[in-house]
Structures are given as structure tokens and as C-alpha cells.
Design a protein. Structure first.
Length: 311
């Protein structure tokens, strides 16, 4: 009887020690998560604040340019500087756009040159990049190495031969002397070749089995996926063309053919010195197209740069 009435064991219920242990573990996990979040926030701020300070430092010249564009010339270099003019001189912009030395003609010339250079560069770079990446022909690697080697030649050494060449072709002092050389660049071909070579060959093989020729494979299969890289190349080409001063200085002599960088040098006062207010107003106008192009294509540009870095 005694054995049959032995003490019975008890098991913990839902409200016993088991639940207390689970609650403690959950609290510890929440504390660790909160501590990790706090550390991440401190790390972001420790990097973010210096980056904001650097960004503001880089933007100071642009702020000075905008401020000076709204001042008379006598106040442009006054010390201490007044960032916000008491009476903004909007007449500077009117004079720059519609005055005697209007930048509208140089502005139009720059748009024309940049647009054709971008179209030509994208056409030649994509076709050449695809050929070097996907087509098999004798000496492909050697030809590509030789083409890359031309980038080692300083551009200044080519100015005199190009000058003589374009003069014999009656292209000197025309906008085509700026457009034609800008349609072929080593960097554009290299970037597009690196993109196409990273794409699988199986796509082209499947298309060939279906009867597609090389041009159809290029246009319908590989080209649509290259839009990010093409957008990045378009931005780079546009910026190079828009800011080019050296080439127009050598190949253009007629003011009616001047591009915008040369047109910016025409704003002088009665003593022949630079008219600071007018020059800065023209400079502000000149950067607007670059900002618009970058804002339109910035997502594809960042995506292309990221993909290139990862690959």
C-alpha cells in the first residue's frame, strides 16, 4: 500500500518557470536588437556628418557663382563677401541672353555638337563593343589591344595632325571638326565591350538556331539590356562635349561658330577685364543642361556604375 501511494511528480504548467525563461530570452534579444540599431545609427551619423560637410564645401563655389551672377561687377570681389545681394541684379541674365554678346548662338552650337557627338558615340561604341565581345574573327584580341593602345597618345599631340587634315578637307572652322572626332572614343568602346562580354553566349546561340542574323541578335537580344550602360556613356559623352574648350579654340575662328565654353570668354568690361557678374550669369546658364541630363538619367547611370563595379 505504501509503494502504491508514493509521492507523485508534478510537471510545470504553462504559467510556470518555462514561460519565465522564454520571456527573459525574448527581452535579452530585444535589448541586443535595440543596441545594434543604436550602434548602426551612430555609425551612419559618424559617416554622414563629415560627408555633408564635404558636400557643402564642394557646393560653396557654385553658391558663390550664383551670388556673383546677381551682383554688379564692383561688388563681385568685395571683402567681406555678401552672399545674398541687397538688390539682385537680374539684368545680368537679360544681358547674357539678349545683349550684344548673347550666348544663345554659342548655346545652340553646343547643343548641336553635343547631340550629334552623343548619337555618333553611342552608335559606334555599341557596334564596336558588340563586335569585339561576341563576334569571332582572326586577330580580334590583337586589334582590340591596338585600339586600346591609341589611348596612350596624349590628345594634345593629335591637334596639329587633325588641324592639317581638316583644313585639307575644308572642315576647318566648321562644327564638323568638333563632331567627327568625338564620335569615336576608346573609352566608349571599352565600356560597351566589357558589358557585352559579360552577357551569356547562349542567348545568341538560341537566336541563331531560330534563324536570326547577327544584327537581329544585337538589336533584339543584347541591346535592350544595355540601356543602363548606354545611358552612362551618353552622360559622359555629353559632359565632355559640353565642357570642351581646347578643341573649339584650335579648330574654330569665326564667332558665329563658337561653342558655349568659348562664348563665356566674350564678357568683358570697358577696360578689357572680365565682367564678373555677366560671366557668372552665363556660367549658371551653361550648367543647367548638364544638371537636366544627369537628373533624367541618374538612376541608369548609378545602376550602370554599380553593375560595372560588381562585375
Amino acid at each position: 500500500m505504501t509503494d502504491s501511494t508514493a509521492t507523485t511528480t508534478t510537471t510545470p504548467t504553462g504559467g510556470g518557470p518555462g514561460r519565465g525563461h522564454g520571456t527573459g530570452a525574448g527581452a535579452d534579444m530585444a535589448k541586443r536588437q535595440a543596441l545594434r540599431t543604436r550602434r548602426d545609427r551612430v555609425r551612419r551619423w559618424s559617416w554622414g556628418i563629415p560627408m555633408w560637410i564635404l558636400a557643402l564645401l564642394f557646393l560653396l563655389p557654385f553658391a558663390w557663382m550664383i551670388s556673383t551672377s546677381l551682383k554688379p561687377d564692383v561688388e563681385a570681389f568685395r571683402i567681406p563677401m555678401q552672399w545674398i545681394p541687397d538688390q539682385p541684379r537680374w539684368e545680368n541674365y537679360t544681358e547674357v541672353l539678349f545683349g550684344e554678346s548673347s550666348i544663345l548662338i554659342p548655346f545652340g552650337n553646343s547643343v548641336f555638337v553635343a547631340a550629334l557627338r552623343v548619337l555618333g558615340e553611342l552608335t559606334t561604341a555599341t557596334l564596336a563593343g558588340y563586335a569585339f565581345a561576341k563576334l569571332r574573327f582572326p586577330g580580334r584580341g590583337k586589334v582590340f589591344i591596338a585600339y586600346l593602345a591609341t589611348s596612350l597618345i596624349p590628345a594634345q599631340l593629335l591637334l596639329v595632325p587633325r588641324f592639317v587634315y581638316f583644313e585639307k578637307l575644308s572642315l576647318y572652322d566648321t562644327l564638323w571638326a568638333l563632331i567627327l572626332p568625338g564620335m569615336f572614343t576608346v573609352l566608349g568602346t571599352f565600356l560597351m565591350r566589357q558589358y557585352f562580354i559579360s552577357q551569356p553566349d547562349e542567348f545568341a546561340e538560341a537566336a541563331r538556331l531560330d534563324g536570326a542574323n547577327e544584327f537581329q541578335i544585337f538589336v533584339r537580344i543584347y541591346l535592350p539590356g544595355a540601356m543602363s550602360m548606354i545611358s552612362a556613356l551618353a552622360i559622359l559623352t555629353f559632359v565632355w562635349s559640353w565642357n570642351d574648350y581646347e578643341t573649339p579654340l584650335v579648330f574654330l575662328s569665326t564667332p558665329e561658330n563658337y561653342t558655349l565654353p568659348m562664348g563665356l570668354t566674350s564678357f568683358t568690361d570697358e577696360n578689357g577685364a572680365m565682367a564678373a557678374g555677366l560671366s557668372m550669369a552665363a556660367s549658371v546658364i551653361s550648367i543647367v543642361p548638364i544638371l537636366l541630363v544627369f537628373l533624367i538619367f541618374q538612376r541608369r547611370f548609378v545602376r550602370a556604375m554599380t553593375e560595372s563595379a560588381l562585375k
